[in-house]
Design a protein around this ligand. Sequence first.
Ligand code: TYD
Ligand code: MG
Length: 468
Amino acid sequence: MARAKIQYICQNCGTIHSRWAGKCDSCADWNTLVEEREGGSIGNGPLKSTVSKGHAVTLTNLASNIEYAPRISSDIAELDRAIGGGFVRGSALLVGGNPGIGKSTLLTQAAAALARKGHNVVYVSGEEAAAQIQLRAQRLGVSDTPVQLAAETNAENILATLIQSKCPDLVIIDSIQTLWSDIADSAPGTVTQVRLGTQAMIRFAKKTGATVILVGHVTKDGQIAGPRVVEHMVDAVLYFESEGGHHYRILRTVKNRFGATDEIGVFEMSDKGLCEVSNPSELFLGERNHNTLGTAVFAGMEGTRPILVEIQALVASSSLGMPRRAVIGWDSNRLSMILAVLEAHCGVRFGNHDVYLNIAGGYRIAEPAADLAVAAALISSIAGVVLPLDCVYFGEISLSSGIRPVSYAIQRLKEAEKLGFKQAVMPRLGSDKIKSPLRLDEMDKLLETVAQITASNPQQKKIPSARR
Ligand code: TYD
Ligand code: MG
C-alpha cells in the first residue's frame, strides 16, 4: 500500500503546502499550518485513492420534466421564511452562529415539529449526550416527539447508522467541527476533517433525498470556522445571530440555492425556547415616546421583508480637539459621508460636535436607503427639533446631496401604514406611480429635508452654520 503523503494545511484559508512554514503564503496568517496526512474520502467519494477508468453517466435533457418533490415545511414560519419556504429534499444546509446563541435550541424545535408531522428525523450531537438533548427537549416541551437521538462524532458510524435507520427525512449534525473520520488522522475541527465530514454528509443527502442540516461554529470574527470551501459545498448557509446581548435572534440567509438570500427570520429567546417574532418592526421601534430629540424612523427592507427601525442620533458639543464619531449598527464610513454632505451642501457644521449614532434594539442596517433617516436624526439632534412621531424616512443620499430613489418603495410605505404612520419623507418617484394613504413628501435634495425639519419648530436651536 502506498504510504500516505504528509501535507500542511492552513487552518485559516485551506491552502495545502508541501512543507511547513510559520506563515501561510496564501493568506499571510501566522501559525496556521497543521500537519495532516493526505487521505481518501468517506463512502467512495471523489478522493478515492485507487484510480478507476471511469464510466459513463446518464445525461438528462434540460427540457425534460423533473419530478417535483414538495418542500418540507417546519411549521416554524420564521424558519421556513429564512430557508425559502421549507426544507428542500436532498439539500444540505449549514447553520453558523456564536456559542450559546441558540442553534441547538432552534434545531431541536425544528426536529420536533417535523417529527410531529410524521417525518423521520435523526438528531446527531457530537457536543452533548443524548440525556442532555432530552433535558433540553423537556424544557422546550417537545420531549414527547419521536426524534431519534444519537451522540456520535465518527463520520463512518453516523453514516452507517443513517443508512440503517429507515430513510430519514431530516438529519441534524451538531456540529461539523466535532466530526472525525478514520481516513484522516488529524484532529476533529481541522480543515481536512471538516471537509471530509461535510462531503460525506452532502453525498448522503444527495443519494437518499434526506435534508441534512450541519451546525457550524464560528471564529472570533464571525465566519464559520474551517475552510471556506464548506460554504461553497452546501446548498444554503444561514447565520444565527444577535446583537449586543439582546434576547432576540436573527436567522439570516447568506446563500440559498433554492430561494432568495437576504431573507431573515426573527426569534426571541424565552425560558421555553425560541419564539417567533412575526412583526419585527414593533420590536425594533421599541417604546417610542414624544419629545425625543434625534430619533427618526427608517422604513427599511431585509430581503423582501419591510422592517421599520428607529435611528437615534446624539450630536453634543465637544471639548476634544478631534470630536468623537461613534456608530453602532451602521457603517461608520457612511456616517462620515452624510456628515460631509450636510456640511458641504446644507451648511450644517459638525466640526465642534461629537456625533453618536445608534440603531435601536441592536439591529444592524446595511442598506444605503437609511441615509435619509440618519440625516434627519442628525439634523433633529443638532437643531433641537423633535421629528414628527408619525413620519418615516427612506432614501439614499448622493455625494452631491441629491436624494436617490431606492427599491421597494411601495412595500416600505405599506409597512409604515400598517404600523399607523401618517407621512413619509422619501425620494421623488412621482406620486401618480404610488398610491398610498400616507402623506408623501417627495424630495430631490437633502437641503429640502433640512429646511422642512428646521421650519417645523420655531423654538429650535440655531444650527451651527458653515456660512457664518
Ligand atoms: P443553545 O441552543 O445550546 O446554543 P448553541 O447550540 O448555539 O450553542 O442555547 C443555549 C442558550 O440558550 C443558553 O445560554 C440558554 C438559553 N436557553 C434559553 O434561554 N431558553 C431555553 O428554553 C433554552 C433551551 C435555552
Ligand atoms: Mg449547541
